[in-house]
Ligand binder design. Structure first.
Ligand SMILES: Cc1cc2nc3c(=O)[nH]c(=O)nc-3n(C[C@H](O)[C@H](O)[C@H](O)COP(=O)(O)O)c2cc1C
Length: 204
């Protein structure tokens, strides 16, 4: 599979086979993903891979997300979609492993009357670190796809970040995103992409 295929054929997978991922394969994916670019090459990120009983208990904490998510979903999705989405949160589709990506906690205090420069100076570190961790996250998703594994980038569990961090014994770190990872047990159609997202200047 070439890079273009991995990018275009990767889908968010919400149902997984009951099959372990070989530890060496997961290690290879995560180590390769760490070649992502990062602001001034600081690599201020951490990946946590959880499986087994700890993962099952973590899923119970993550499942609490639905308390906050349900009212929001009901406003934007038809009933069937709400049901499917909430069902997914019960055990993240039965994936054998859950990955969490963290960055150091550094949430700046901002005021609406700050100048652009002041704001930038305060936000810069978190902004750059979040973007770097996002590049790492996308690497994980694409490398997993290349190896026949499925993933689903998730930020909704941020609703219960404090509970997740307490459970994981994490202090002074910010949860960026979570993904289940495992062998896909579904082949969902590609949600359509919107056009007109590129503006060409000087190409006429
Ligand atoms: C930053 C981010 C957060 C997301 N959070 C969730 C989530 O919490 N739950 C979920 O089921 N999907 C989540 N998704 C997956 C998107 O719904 C999905 O990428 C989008 O619908 C396009 O589908 P595709 O990934 O199959 O191409 C998230 C994706 C991104 C990039």
């Amino acid at each position: 599979m070439n890079l273009r295929e991995a990018i275009k054929e990767r889908r968010s997978i919400r149902k997984y086979e009951n099959k372990e991922i070989p530890a060496d394969l997961l290690k290879e994916i995560l180590e390769d993903a760490l070649w992502a670019p990062s602001g001034t090459n600081r690599q201020k990120w951490e990946i946590i891979a959880v499986r087994g009983e700890k993962k099952d208990a973590l899923l119970e904490v993550i499942a609490e997300t639905v308390k906050y998510l349900k009212p929001r979903l009901e406003k934007i999705f038809p009933e069937k979609m709400v049901k499917i989405t909430l069902q997914f949160f019960k055990n993240l589709g039965g994936a054998p492993v859950v990955l969490l990506v963290y960055i150091p906690k550094n949430i700046p205090e901002l005021h609406p009357d700050m100048s652009g420069l002041e704001r930038h100076q305060r936000e810069y570190d978190r902004f750059t670190t979040l973007l770097s961790a996002s590049a790492l996250f996308q690497n994980i998703l694409l490398l997993a796809k290349e190896k026949g594994l499925g993933t689903c980038w998730m930020t909704a569990p941020k609703y219960v970040e404090d509970e997740i961090n307490d459970f994981m014994g994490i202090k002074d770190q910010e949860l960026v995103s979570i993904t289940p990872i495992g062998y896909p047990d579904q082949n969902p159609p590609a949600p359509p992409r919107k056009g007109e997202k590129i503006r060409w200047i000087g190409f006429e």
